[in-house]
Write a protein that binds this ligand. Structure first.
Ligand code: ADP
Length: 244
């Protein structure tokens, strides 16, 4: 229940954190943040902070999971106990198990798994601070970490959630908007191919609102896609040749 008097859009048409309806939260993206993973990335969107680590392609344990014609993809989405207002149990919840599955399905359509038969690619997503949009930030971090690990993909994946708050569609919702809004629609895409790899809807939208929400998400996704490319380029441009 929304607390009485809580306005998610004020008289000037601005949101609780001062953003316009079609404005993304400030973004930080960094590639190659962990030395012990084959690929890694950090993504921050407002107060949501996520780190992803990729291992592989590597040998599978247990062996019976091996597939003769492709790599298997294993994903774990996990929120650390201190990521939320109230301490979250470190044990995997039903929500984390479901999110691990939908993120795996999204990434499976992106990676050329057929290039690495009899191996596994393992993706670990750790949410270190949650303020909504953790699955979308997690997918982007995973996509950057996969690129960092040199795993061939059809495209990068960019993702964002559109919400409906106080009757208005807004881009990249935060926790308050997620909690007290009327709808939440996370979307992940391969932007340059125009393909949607994840779309979920919590709440109710009319057909017209759904179409507008999709357009709004695509606008945000194209921006996030640019940031992802910048983050990848930065890592490789920053490598300085060793002195001889
Ligand atoms: P997403 O993070 O992808 O938006 P949800 O819509 O399920 O996923 O969650 C929205 C937000 O609710 C999360 O980002 C987090 O801030 C908060 N949240 C989710 N699960 C918990 C939890 N177990 N305890 C406290 N807050 C939570």
């Amino acid at each position: 229940m929304k607390p009485e008097g809580l306005k998610l859009i004020n008289e000037e048409g601005l949101r609780v954190d001062g953003r316009k309806p079609d404005e993304l939260r400030p973004v930080v993206m960094e590639v190659g943040v962990l030395k012990n993973a084959d690929g890694s990335a950090y993504v921050q969107q407002g107060n949501t902070k996520v780190i992803a680590a990729v291992y592989g392609p590597r040998e599978i344990h247990p062996k019976h999971l091996t597939l003769p014609d492709r790599a298997i993809l294993r994903t774990r989405y996990h929120m650390v106990p201190y990521s939320t207002d109230e301490r979250k149990s470190p044990a995997p919840t039903r929500r984390e198990i479901e999110l691990s599955k939908v993120i795996r399905e999204a990434l499976e359509s992106v990676i050329f798994v057929e290039l690495y038969p009899r191996t596994t690619i393992d993706v670990f997503i750790e949410v270190i601070q949650a303020d909504a949009g953790t699955r979308t930030a997690g997918i982007m971090a995973a996509s950057l970490a996969l690129a960092d690990a040199g795993i061939p993909m059809r495209d990068l994946v960019a993702a964002v959630a559109v919400g409906k708050v106080d009757g208005q569609l807004v881009l990249d919702i935060n926790q308050l908007e997620d909690e007290y809004g009327e709808a939440d629609m996370p979307i992940a895409m391969m932007p340059s191919l125009g393909k949607i790899v994840l779309l979920q809807l919590n709440g109710v939208l009319t057909e017209e609102e759904f179409k507008q929400a999709l357009q709004l998400a695509k606008k945000g996704i194209m921006k996030l896609y640019e940031y992802e490319q910048q983050a990848l380029r930065k890592k490789y441009v920053e490598i300085k040749p060793e002195e001889v």
